[in-house]
Design a binder for this molecule. Sequence first.
Ligand code: GTP
Ligand code: MG
Length: 277
Amino acid sequence: MPSSFIQWFPGHMTKAIRMMKEDIKAVDCVIYVLDSRIPRSSVNPTFDEIIGDKPRLYVLNKSDLVPQDALNEWVKYYSGLPHCYCICADSTKKADGKIIAAIKKINEEKIQRYLTKGVKKTIRAMVIGIPNCGKSTLINSLIAKKKTVTGNKPGVTRGKQWVAVDKYVEVLDTPGTLYPDFSDQEKALHLSFVGSIRDEIVDINFLSEKLLDFLWFKFPQAVSARYGECKTIEEVAQKRNYYTRGQEIDYERTSKAILNDFRKNSFGKLILERIDD
Ligand SMILES: Nc1nc2c(ncn2[C@@H]2O[C@H](COP(=O)(O)OP(=O)(O)OP(=O)(O)O)[C@@H](O)[C@H]2O)c(=O)[nH]1
Ligand SMILES: [Mg+2]
């Protein structure tokens, strides 16, 4: 039943987290994928406990969807955390070697330690992140092949899958996971805006109304360039002529259109969370 209190932590995520806690023992480091549109809300607090002090490479993925200068603030922030390194990526393009180089860099000490014993160590990295942030696409971009299943909705990857992305680097794809505590509804909204929470469990009219308010508040010029003066769902419906056969406003169609406009970048490149918000 769709609701305006947003919460999504289905059983497959509990299972996935259990699996990650087990698999972490066999990896050297973690590739922590974030959605560049929501660099704060795409952090999953339960990951800290799973990762412990293994080296982390934060990847601000979908960087093509946001302004680079705003993203640079976050690169600086995540690079400054202990045992961490951070880079941006647009995984819809073939990777340029930056990610593999960064994986080797954060494991440099271990690689050298093995080398002194005459062993060329294969580095194993676990790729983790919230649903739909682009983990599987990122892996495919590293090998320029569609080896993992991807899709523009959350919950696509269900099992785990190892992929060799370099002679000495193997990565493990994992299912996107959230966390049980949804008391922060602003965060939940941001996750829903970018499609990390299933649309089917959220009241879509409520969601698009919140999105429209948020966009007008933060990016008035970008919204008016596309919507003119339309500030409500009703006004957008009128402008687009989205009516049902009975000449009522077609709320569902209009709500979906507003969400799609945002997700397809029709308002231009927007970052929803700035470092000093
Ligand atoms: N614009 C843009 N889209 C991307 C990028 N990376 C992934 N996507 C798109 O985001 C959607 C989700 O990608 P997936 O790779 O399936 O995401 P995931 O994190 O593996 O998702 P789950 O397995 O459901 O957790 C797909 O439509 C991808 O094409 C990117 O860097 N830029
Ligand atoms: Mg996936």
